[in-house]
Design a protein around this ligand. Sequence first.
Ligand code: 4NP
Length: 155
Amino acid sequence: MTILMVCLGNICRSPLAEGILKEKCKKAGLNWKIESAGTNGFHNGEAPHYLSQKIARINNIDISNQQSRKFVKQDFDRFDKIYAMAEDVIDEIKQIGKDRYISTKVNLLMDEVYPNQNKEVPDPYYGAEDGYHSVYKMIEIACDAIIKNYANLST
Ligand code: 4NP
């Protein structure tokens, strides 16, 4: 199983999603490839936002070595599933993906828990630390669901 977590900047939400799912895969003995990317590329090469790093660290996950990178259309060739944090991210993935866009590979992350409810992981970038805590909890629930939904289908 190969999974790409995608948000806008790849510094707040998707780095947490990458770190949380990687940790859960490790604990479950799953040899999945997990990466993350952002659709806007504004923060290329940067480490995750310090508040994402802090919330991860509180939960014993180290995401400090991650580096932001832009989503590219070739990601459709490299990943089985592409999880977007929000609807605007899906719009951007479509734009970038062009002829390589495969709708069945792309879902909102929270669809794994609440299918067809269009539930988004809100962007915490412009808000306070609280927002990062609630985002962490949402992503954690979704990552548990991903493992539950796919662990028996694939290694
Ligand atoms: P993220 O948050 O998509 O969760 O990484 C954002 C970070 C930066 C920007 C937008 C969203 N930005 O436009 O710089």
